[in-house]
Design a protein around this ligand. Structure first.
Ligand code: GDP
Ligand code: MG
Length: 740
């Protein structure tokens, strides 16, 4: 099949987008002969269909009032494309059908791409395409040009139209008695004179005279001056009559009747949005309170705080179950595996490492449920709306708020989509400032770190602490943005207009799906990336082992203790080997001996850990990090956290597991930290601050570099953030140490 298809439509209806979708790289841009209007041609290929496609200039009408209209119309009548696809903006159906009617009046084979149905759906406009197609008598195919949805069905419809090879009868709309009578009279004259009848239906030519179409009139003057004069005379007569009786012009009457015709079609249940108009009105009423200058922010604080309260309260029990579960699994591994590297890898590397991250799954799930509820109901859009005012002060943009929220502004997002979300910002400087500061938000990977430390040291005020963390993150991000906008990326701010979507009652299914998707991402990451990194870090904390000479010293110490004790006591602690759980009381001296032996083991394990690659590295960093209260274990965890922030938790889990020698003592990591002499609430708080601000994880850095268009910004973000983190943590720790 060899045919030409013209894409027509109002400006901004998505013609070019659809054209690009259809033709891909097979296109060619030129100019229409003699004019500066761009002409784009391409080829669509699919199975046995191959069609030449021309992107016409966007027009609202086919009357020659503008250059675009002339070009579009000339192309249609001179090149006679086999079919026209009229791209109609579904969210603006009434206005867009105006052009469609004119194709139908011209008698051109046309089919409709009902485009942007995603937008119309979002606005609560539902269009019955089948009915619309029946009423207009043309094929109607719903499309989303941006994603290419519906393009195959559309081209199939166009190809069928070409194949059927029938020219539709021109549509005849009634324009009221005055005009209809004049048209009938003119039509006869035009047909008799065969004026332009090869090109246009006679009635159409007559209509153009009435519409004052310059192009048609001058053709008439040149080709058939006698006829043209008569047609103009009739036009003048109608004009003055309409002017006298209706106080208007023929063009206006014609337009009115076209719209009347359109409305009469639409009114036949083609569009349903009554309900949504109601919903819009209700939404407006709710917004008057929810986004109120005073009540709005208070409500926002209450909602976020409530979310944290809800999450921590209801997740406590299931998190406890999971902790017991991992403890139980660890116990089984402990009793059944032979001592050695494999056992250490499984218990310390995997169960105590990854298990620590997985243990928080219920909490993460509750958090995601809350966030999904806020998002699906439309509330998050209100948060963005309210924060716009605040953001402006700090040199950011209203659209930045969404990027912040996506990155974990309330909790549990991710900086990668957050960085991507900055694409909606038009000003490059505001965009850069946004993408450099979104990593400060509480992404889902930082959550387990915060939750671990909160559980260990701030258990009485969990929700409050989480709320404080959020405030610190936002405050820091905004101040950092302000700093950047005053130094490295200076520039004016741009205005922001936001359409608030109507409120929705979230569906149970929608919430369940959203929550599960996010939770599953978390679980999957823990089972893959985090697992891999945990194993690597376990190896770095295990190798190289202590040299023979050192292990001998510890062995000697143990021997000394054993030989000094009475043999009955020794027998007591060695006898129940592997069955300690079942063991009832052992005697006082046996207990003491056991403790002494464990103390030796503990020192040996700790010495081995410090001797390992990671241990030495972490210890070397202590020179700087001690000022923030971090020891070598925390240092390893933080360096590992650059790969992914969850690794901070898994690494601490592994490090404390390797250092723990008494299997009875393995408790949850938060209990271990709470009871460790090296830790206290101040250290924990300092670590929380550091975790909020230090370098984004590796993937986020790559993303920042790509979106900012240069590796320099990726590197900048790593250095800038880590420096801020150090300054803040050291300040907090030093001041805290003085006060406490
Ligand atoms: P043209 O003026 O008719 O060529 O329109 P364009 O193709 O330039 O599209 C105008 C805008 O609408 C662009 O920003 C497109 O990305 C967007 N757009 C086009 N089609 C769709 C669609 O189906 N859905 C949505 N949401 N946007 C669309
Ligand atoms: Mg265009």
């Amino acid at each position: 099949m060899n045919a030409t298809i013209a894409l027509a439509g109002n400006p901004n209806s998505g013609k070019t987008t659809l054209f690009n979708e259809l033709t891909g790289a097979r296109q060619h841009v030129g100019n229409y002969p003699g004019v500066t209007v761009e002409k784009k041609e391409g080829t669509y290929k699919q199975d046995d269909i191959s069609l030449k496609i021309v992107d016409l200039p966007g027009t609202y009408s086919l009357t020659a009032y503008s250059l675009e209209e002339v070009v579009a119309r000339d192309f249609l009548v001179q090149e006679k494309p086999e079919t026209v696809i009229d791209i109609v903006d579904a969210s603006n159906l009434e206005r867009n059908l105006y052009l469609m009617l004119q194709f139908m009046e011209l008698g051109i084979p046309v089919c409709m791409a009902l485009n942007m149905i995603d937008v119309s759906e979002k606005r609560g406009i539902e269009i019955d395409t089948k009915k619309l197609s029946e009423l207009l008598g043309i094929p109607v195919v719903p499309t989303i040009a941006r994603t290419g949805k519906g393009k195959q069905e559309l081209m199939k419809a166009a190809a069928d139209l070409v194949g059927s090879n029938t020219k539709p009868l021109p549509l005849e709309i009634s324009y009221g008695d005055d005009i209809d009578n004049a048209l009938a009279e003119m039509e006869v004259m035009i047909t008799d004179a065969m004026f332009l009848t090869q090109t246009y239906p006679a009635r159409w030519t007559a209509l153009k005279y009435l519409e004052n179409d310059e192009q048609i009139r001058s053709i008439g003057d040149a080709k058939n001056p006698g006829l043209s004069a008569k047609l103009k005379k009739i036009t003048d007569r109608v004009s003055s009559h309409i002017s006298n009786t209706l106080n208007t012009y023929p063009e206006a009457v014609i337009a009115d009747h076209r719209y009347g015709y359109i409305r009469s079609i639409i009114r036949q249940d083609v569009i349903t949005y009554q309900q949504d108009q109601d919903r819009l009105r209700i939404s407006d009423k709710i917004d008057r309170i929810v986004t109120n200058r005073f009540a709005g922010p208070l409500l926002m604080i209450a909602i976020i705080f409530g979310l944290y309260q809800f999450t921590f309260t209801y997740s406590e029990t299931p998190v406890g179950w999971l902790e017991s579960f991992f403890g139980w699994v660890g116990g089984i591994a402990e009793t059944n595996l032979p001592d050695g590297l494999v056992k250490s890898l499984i218990i310390s590397g995997i169960i105590d490492g990854v298990g620590g991250v997985l243990g928080f799954v219920p909490l993460i799930m509750f958090m995601f449920l809350g966030i999904s509820l806020l998002e699906d109901s439309g509330y998050l859009a209100r948060v963005a709306f309210m924060l716009d005012r605040v953001f402006r002060i700090f040199g950011l943009h209203g659209s930045s708020v969404m990027a912040f929220i996506v990155s974990g502004g309330i909790a549990g997002g991710c900086a990668v989509p957050g960085v991507m979300a900055t694409r909606t910002l038009k000003s490059p400087k505001e965009r850069l400032a946004t993408l450099l500061t979104v990593p400060f938000m509480n992404c889902g990977a930082k959550l387990p770190v915060f939750v671990l430390l909160i559980a260990a040291f701030f258990a009485e005020n969990k929700a409050m602490m989480m709320f404080i963390i959020t405030l610190i993150a936002w405050g820091g991000a905004l101040l950092a943005a302000k700093f950047l906008r005053m130094t490295v990326i200076k520039g004016a701010s741009t205005p922001f207009i936001m359409e608030l979507p109507p409120y929705h009652l979230p569906t149970f299914k929608g919430l369940a799906i959203h929550t599960w998707e996010r939770t599953w991402q978390y679980i999957k990451k823990a089972g893959t990336v985090i697992l891999g990194i945990s194993i690597i870090l376990w190896a770095m904390m295990t190798f190289p082992g202590l040299p023979e000479t050192q292990t001998q010293i510890f062995e000697q110490q143990r021997q000394t203790l054993l030989s000094a004790a009475p043999s009955a006591v020794v027998a007591e602690i060695e006898a129940p080997d592997g069955k300690k759980d079942d063991e009832t009381e052992i005697s006082e001296p046996a207990q003491q001996l056991n403790d002494k032996l464990l103390a030796v083991d503990r020192v040996e394990a700790e010495t081995a850990l410090k001797h390992s690659i990671a241990g030495r590295f972490g210890t070397a960093l202590e020179g700087l990090t001690q000022f923030a209260g971090f020891d070598w274990r925390t240092n390893i965890a933080l360096v590992g956290g650059f790969a992914a922030k969850e690794v901070v938790v898994s690494t601490l889990g592994t490090a404390y597991s390797l250092g723990e020698v008494d299997p009875e003592e393995i408790g949850s990591l938060s209990d271990v930290l709470a009871n460790d002499p090296g830790w206290n609430p101040l250290v924990a708080f300092s670590l929380i601050i550091f975790t909020i601000f230090y370098a984004p994880c590796f993937v986020a850095v790559v993303c920042i570099a790509r979106e900012a268009g240069s590796w320099k910004w990726g590197a900048f973000s790593m250095v800038f953030n880590t420096v801020i983190a150090f300054i803040l943590s050291i300040t907090v720790y030093q001041i805290g140490s003085i006060i406490l």
